[in-house]
Design a protein. Structure first.
Length: 498
């Protein structure tokens, strides 16, 4: 009964206090919070950025907090991030937490799972020659999704949420790019099927995406649980190896991954689950990133004019009319410094991943200012670049404000020098992580977002329904997962330019 529970809690509390007291010398300040075992879990889950800001004021830029039975050491000094992200994997491990999320959210358990083997196999499929193939396929699929429907109804003004529009276009085109299309050569019918099927994948995926923070924290209601189960089941069917086997123009990323799963003896059911996990890992961030970018442009006419001016210049120099261009070559993509700055600035304001590492052995963490702290085996290390460098007023004046040219030098090239404490920063924004585990899809993702923005600005009229609409607040439960999402969508209208 209750008294017993209280007794249990009391014992736990005493044990924790005891453990707290016997933290060893040289360890960061420890903050257990007031609830035994849970510690700061509730506050952390509700709004991690506010909580960590409060802790930073109290303890400085390194401290340890208790969160749901785990000791988490939080490091917020960007000058010291590099030692962490480049530390050897035998000391700070990236994968333990990823494996935990894999199981809890996506029900994936892989036989003989070796993250390093998997990564060695997959890495080349997102870079170099394969990157070019992905980028070209993405352009063609974006065109199918955005411009393919030439019916009368698709020609007039359409109303939609901007997040829905951006997320749906990028995920659908991204899905077709990685998982393959209906048929080759493409016909009007096969492209119509690509549009319908990818829309089905998006709508199903999005329902799971909305449940994700609760799934990760294990806080689903009974009704949510049912819903999550049904949605997962449906996604496993949509992405089953049997269905994928019939698709054309599959990426080498997909080919390599399926082959790897086969070779490690993964059952068909488990393969389908892994495919859904990968859909989220590869497609969960591009859409929200494009949403914020377009919203900042729509709310900042000067920025929009600067980007459009840059695109017009590019188009006037192009050898053929854009409507005939079946690819947007890397050379063209690489000559959009204004759009690059807009993208960097959007990501600075809205990318908030946790960079987490498991402490595998007791180790000393040297800080850039000369201090050194002991980390204990079994603890978790957490960097949160969203607070610093990205929102740090010492590095960025008016850090809350979108300034489209923040990442442009006066000569129009990319600005790369940012300072804190008088010292130049190596990591001044970290939407892609950094070090050994920096995002492998970074180049492909940047190309894709730029292609999407290019197509939208060149081919569409796009307007806020209410020009005075405020930029929505974040859904605060999503800190840590990557790109933030808005608390609610922003209505827009759009039409293909007549
Ligand atoms: C705007 C889009 C994206 C953002 C902001 C993003 C961000 C990130 C971040 C923060 C990490 C973890 C870094 C760490 O913990 O140190 C990561 C890892 C990764 N990302 Fe992305 N990502 C994006 C799109 C993509 C795409 C499109 C792909 C693939 C097609 C991809 C593939 C990967 C892979 C494979 C890893 C794991 C790297 C490893 O195992 O070391 N990402 N990404």
């Amino acid at each position: 009964g209750l008294p017993n529970m209280y007794q249990g809690l009391l014992v736990t509390q005493l044990l924790l206090l005891y453990c707290g007291f016997c933290r060893r010398p040289g360890e960061p300040p420890l903050d257990l919070g007031s609830i035994p075992w849970l510690g700061h879990a509730l506050e952390f889950g509700k709004d991690a950025a506010s909580f960590l800001t409060r802790m930073k004021k109290k303890h400085g830029d390194i401290f340890t907090v208790l969160v749901g039975g785990r000791y988490v050491t939080v490091l917020l000094d960007p000058h010291s991030y590099d030692t962490v992200v480049w530390e050897s994997r035998s000391k700070l491990d990236f994968h333990a937490y990823a494996v935990f999320l894999m199981e809890r959210i996506f029900d994936v358990q892989l036989p003989h799972y070796s993250p390093s083997d998997e990564k060695a196999k997959m890495k080349p499929t997102l870079l170099h020659g394969d990157l070019q193939a992905l980028t070209d396929a993405m352009y063609s699929n974006l065109r199918t999704v955005l411009l393919g429907d030439t019916s009368e109804a698709a020609r007039g003004w359409l109303e939609m949420g901007l997040l829905d529009f951006s997320y749906s276009c990028l995920l659908r085109a991204g899905y077709l790019t990685l998982y393959g299309v209906e048929a080759l050569p493409r016909t009007r019918e096969s492209q119509a099927q690509d549009r319908a099927h990818s829309a089905d994948v998006f709508h199903t995926f999005r329902q799971l995406d909305l449940l994700l923070p609760k799934l990760a924290r294990g806080s689903l209601s009974v009704g949510d649980k049912d819903h999550a189960c049904r949605v997962k089941g449906r996604l496993w069917k949509l992405l089953s190896p049997a269905r994928l086997a019939t698709r054309a123009q599959r990426s080498s990323w997909l080919e390599s991954y399926l082959q790897h799963l086969e070779e490690t003896g993964t059952s068909e059911d488990m393969q389908a689950r892994a495919m859904v996990l990968q859909l989220w890992a590869t497609q969960g961030n591009m859409g929200p990133a494009a949403f914020w970018l377009l919203l900042f442009l729509l709310k900042n006419p000067e920025a929009l004019a600067a980007v459009c001016g840059e695109l017009e210049q590019l188009l006037s120099r192009a050898e053929q009319p854009i409507s005939q261009m079946t690819t947007l070559p890397q050379k063209v993509l690489d000559s959009m410094p204004v759009l690059d700055s807009v993208l960097s600035e959007s990501l600075r304001l809205t990318a908030a991943p946790f960079i987490t590492r498991e402490v595998v052995v007791d180790l000393a963490l040297p800080m850039a200012d000369g201090r050194e702290f002991s980390l204990r085996r079994g603890d978790r290390l957490l960097l949160f670049p969203f607070l610093s460098p990205q929102k740090d007023p010492e590095i960025y004046t008016d850090p809350e404000v979108f300034k489209y040219n923040r990442f442009l030098s006066s000569d129009g090239s990319e600005k790369k020098d940012f300072y804190k404490d008088g010292k130049r920063l190596k990591n001044y924004s970290m939407p892609w992580g950094a070090g050994h585990n920096q995002c492998l899809g970074k180049a492909y993702a940047i190309n894709s977002i730029k292609q999407f923005v290019f197509l939208v600005l060149v081919h569409f009229d796009l307007e806020l329904i209410n020009p005075d609409v405020e930029i929505p607040e974040f859904d605060l439960s999503r800190y840590g997962f990557g790109l933030m999402q808005p608390e609610h969508d922003v209505p827009v209208r759009y039409r293909i330019r007549p």
